[in-house]
Design a protein around this ligand. Sequence first.
Ligand code: NAP
Length: 292
Amino acid sequence: MAVRLDGKKISSDIEQEIAAEVKELIARGMRPPHLAAVLVGDDGPSRTYVRNKMKACEVVGFRSSLIKLPEDISEQELIARIEDLNRDDEVDGYIVQLPLPEHISVEHIIDIIDPKKDVDGFTPSNFGKIDQEHHSLLPATPMGVMELLKRYRIETRGKHCVVVGKSHIVGMPMGILLAGPGDATVTICHIYTRDLATHTRMADILVVAVGKPNLITADMVKEGVVVIDVGINRVPDGTKKKGYALRGDVDFEGVEPKASYITPVPGGVGPMTIASLIINTLEAYKKRHGLL
Ligand code: NAP
């Protein structure tokens, strides 16, 4: 039976390490790091993600600010609010929670985020430095996956890693991190991949970031595979108070017996994404204060 990769526990360890650093900074008379979050509209999952990010700030002793904006805000108004954050010396890092309403171009918004405050690692400047030794702020979710593998001492060098999904925020940077610093051989699959199972069966490490429950079934993986399930899907479930259960993209019950390691959903990659945001915010803060 597979070892479950406990993202909740590892992220909590990381938060404790960072909380200790923040205490030291404050003891030296410095202000705490400050993370801001911009939330546009009223999307349920987005509200939950942002709330969890703000909670993590509290745990580590960061200051946090939530900027809630209406669904019908214009792109120009949103840009003005982001430019305010770029100018604000008291803000070390910020996130713009995705998805944005359809009338707003995600590319336009990402383009104006100050790369030094881009703790999600989405800007072209940070994306372009992913595989550099002295990289800047890495994309939070793939960074969290790399940290999870590292803390469980799962070697990526020389392994065949298969990433399913090629989004700008998860799949593509994940592939670059695994092939670059991870020294792995990487296959990136997506919607146009012919015969997905042929590829997934070759994976020593399989990372799935699609958004489709049960996309990966037991017959699609080999014995001993390491499975990282990034997907978060709300699946109707009458037995739950909220009426839904959270599921990943992998048929967990079917795949777990064949895997050597596997992430649960929830409690695997999700908390690691938040830990990465916290690490990136501290890094942005240190750079701003000349501590790095
Ligand atoms: P996205 O932008 O919708 O990208 C999904 C990717 O999956 C696309 O590259 C798409 O291919 C590919 N795809 C779709 N159907 C496929 C199929 N049948 N076979 C193979 N590839 C397929 O989503 P995302 O933002 O990357 O997020 C993916 C999932 O991860 C979502 O469930 C999201 O909620 C979750 N997520 C979790 C975290 C976390 O912290 N745990 C963070 C971010 C996202 P094309 O590019 O060819 O269309």
